[in-house]
Design a protein around this ligand. Structure first.
Ligand code: GCU
Length: 659
């Protein structure tokens, strides 16, 4: 096993999966990305056929062959121009196979899809295969800092930066291959919290190195973005303000962006976190986020650049005594009144839920509110609040729920209203990229889901497991259910019924029930001796009003509120009877005992895989499960004890609760 190749670590395939045409590829297209497609074909097929495969060029051949083509005129039913360009087709024609893309980038995606299907033995069943990606923009957001650390990184240090230098090496090339192979077409290379040195990324201090990355990415059909500091004109330009309506500020950005494009013509654009958690922004000058975003977007527009502006804007200096201010409301309250005021090349990046990547949150109501603004969904592949790549938590089922959620209340799903998906990436310089080998399923799955939202979480887990661990059924039969059930298990031993948080402050791993309860971050559970939960109905914080019907009414009523979100929307007495017939307190006890039991079961199942997968993967995950079990027990006991002490109510089943 070659750890660094992850799901691209192809092995020789059995004779019955080989076809004569595979040995004779012919490239009938030209261009930088078409060349990458040819190269990728040869690398992967040489590994699978266990002999060197070479690309021919230019002319059709007499023997059976695989043709790689670009056909701009290819007919599709797609009306979105960006998506249309990304369409590819793989079809059989007599003994030949034709991989055709409407663009070179689409051809490259066609080749990755083809090699995967060959390896998985799916060619007969899947051809002809048509693919138009589910969403045009599929972005990875790195939270890497230039000192080499990664904010919320759980897999080692950055492989982009070390001690304020940008690195260039084979790992970065492998990274580009991996990203392209799952359909990524945009990468933001630095943290949304742009510190002092990172502010220089868009200047000559670093632009040549950024260009090297941009050119590498471009060969794989990926555009490079940087996060920028809204106060850069002050820090770098010596201006006294960064007011978006100030002509000097506007001119500074125009000049800076012009130079970026002189050096890097294929530069993608900027990602901005403004007026959030201490970052500078337009509020300082009494300007709106539309003023701020449009100013930057206008500097990028002449070069075709895109401005991605985050909606993670809230008051992080709250007083726990204040029950009116509700952090959940913040994004909607700030951005709804700006609907229609953003330029065409602005995209608002909205976190999946109104809080912050908790194990369970309702879908952000902003997706159902904004009608005249480009939006993209932001999810966190890095498991900040979901086990930090120690605990297993396969997140594809969660993201599928979010994308499919009928946010319009009229059949309009989140997936219908977004033009892209961004994932805060979970990679680092650990040899296996993601710390826990199984956490790579989230990375792979994010890409595959963004490409094809019709795939189920099981299908994605199955593909990943067969590509990365073993093609043997007994491995897949163990790993797939384990992955697919892991979010539910994690949720069981975590904060109950959508209330969230209860984590150790700052690190966000492990339980601390009151850790944030009296803090300034606006993340309260409000537990007392009678019950727990936040009243977000009309008589509470009014957050429910931000939803379209039927959600507004459904969430507002305890009887119709989905129970997994009950404590997010309501303050509920411990003796309240849930639909299962259990009281709330008994539900809390039961789920926490079950959560630990399920982790024990997973650990055991994994141990049964010894000898069936690579030793390193086996050992890595075994160790993670041992740590997960400790964590789950800590959660169980702290949560159960906490609620026993608050409520004084015994566990009906008389299990051990430390008193
Ligand atoms: C979370 C996370 C921060 C991050 C922030 C963001 O709050 O803990 O590290 O900066 O999200 O998304 O901007």
């Amino acid at each position: 096993m070659n750890y660094t190749k992850c799901w691209l670590d192809y092995k020789p395939i059995p004779e019955n999966l080989r076809r004569p045409c595979y040995y004779e590829p012919v490239l009938l297209a030209s261009g930088r990305v078409a060349e990458t497609a040819a190269e990728e074909y040869c690398i992967s097929m040489s590994e699978m056929l266990d002999e060197p495969v070479e690309m021919r060029r230019g002319e059709p051949v007499d023997e059976p062959a695989v043709y790689l083509e670009v056909e701009e005129e290819l007919q599709t039913a797609e009306t979105d121009a960006a998506l249309d360009r990304q369409t590819f087709v793989i079809r059989g024609e007599e003994d030949n196979i034709i991989i055709t893309g409407k663009s070179e980038e689409a051809l490259l995606q066609g080749v990755f899809a083809f090699t995967r299907m060959v390896y998985l033995g799916e060619i007969d069943e899947k051809l002809p295969f048509f693919c138009t990606p589910s969403t045009p923009l599929r972005m990875m957001d790195h939270w890497d800092d230039m000192d080499g650390s990664i904010e919320r990184g759980y897999s080692g240090r950055s492989f982009f930066y070390d001690d304020y230098e940008m690195m260039y090496n084979e790992r970065i090339e492998m990274y580009a291959r991996l990203m392209a192979s799952i359909g990524t077409n945009a990468i933001t290379i630095n943290n949304v919290n742009v510190h002092e040195k990172e502010t220089f990324l868009i200047t000559d201090v670093y632009l040549q190195q950024v260009k090297q990355y941009a050119e590498l990415f471009a060969r794989y059909g990926i555009r490079l973005y940087t996060s920028v500091n809204f106060a850069a004109p002050m820090q770098l330009g010596g201006l006294t303000v960064c007011d978006p309506l100030d002509p000097d500020v506007v001119a500074w950005w125009e000049k800076t962006v012009k130079h970026v494009y002189e050096v890097i013509p294929e530069f993608g654009g900027f990602l901005v976190k403004a007026d959030s958690e201490g970052r500078p922004g337009p509020f300082t000058y009494g300007r709106t986020h539309a003023d701020g975003a449009n100013m930057l977007a206008r500097a990028l527009a002449p070069y075709g650049g895109t401005l991605v502006w985050r909606c993670f804007v809230y008051n992080c200096g709250q007083d726990w005594r204040d029950r009116q201010t509700d952090r959940a409301r913040a994004a909607y309250d700030h951005f709804m009144e700006l609907d229609g005021k953003f330029d065409d090349n602005v995209i608002l990046q909205i976190k999946n839920g109104p809080m912050d990547f908790q194990v369970r949150e309702p879908v952000s109501p902003l997706f159902g509110g904004l009608k005249k603004t480009n939006m993209m969904l932001e999810v966190q592949i890095a498991q900040e609040y979901t086990g930090q790549q120690i605990d297993l938590c396969y997140l594809i089922p969660m993201w599928k729920e979010v994308l499919a959620f009928d946010i319009g209340g009229d059949g309009t799903a989140v997936s219908h209203v977004v033009c892209g998906i961004a994932g805060v990436i979970n990679t680092g310089d650990d040899e296996n990229w993601t710390g826990n080998d199984l956490a790579a399923a989230n990375l792979y799955g994010f890409g595959r889901l963004a490409m094809d939202q019709t795939l189920s979480a099981e299908q994605i887990a199955n593909e990943w497991s067969r590509l990365s661990l073993s093609r043997e059924d007994d491995v897949t039969d163990t790993v797939v259910p384990m992955l697919c059930g892991s979010w539910a298990t994690y949720e069981k031993y975590n904060a109950p019924l959508g209330i969230g948080w209860m984590v150790t402050p700052h690190t966000h791993y492990g339980p601390d029930i009151d850790g944030y309860e009296y803090d300034r971050w606006g993340t309260y559970h409000r537990a007392d001796l009678h019950g727990i939960g936040v009243d977000r109905t009309g008589v509470g914080t009014g957050y429910v009003e931000q939803y379209n019907e039927p959600w507004r009414s459904r969430y507002a009523d305890q009887a119709t509120c989905p129970e997994e979100l009950l404590l997010f929307f309501h303050y509920i007495p411990y003796t309240y009877e849930l639909k299962t017939g259990k009281t709330l307190i008994q539900h809390i006890y039961d789920t926490h005992f079950e959560g630990v039991e399920e982790v024990e079961a997973m650990k055991k199942q994994w141990e049964g895989l010894e000898g069936k997968i690579s030793e390193r993967s086996f050992a890595c995950v075994k160790d993670r499960f041992a740590r997960q079990l400790e964590n789950a027990k800590e959660w169980r006991d702290r949560v159960n004890t906490y609620f026993y002490r608050k409520s004084g109510i015994d566990d009906e089943k008389g299990r051990t609760i430390y008193k």
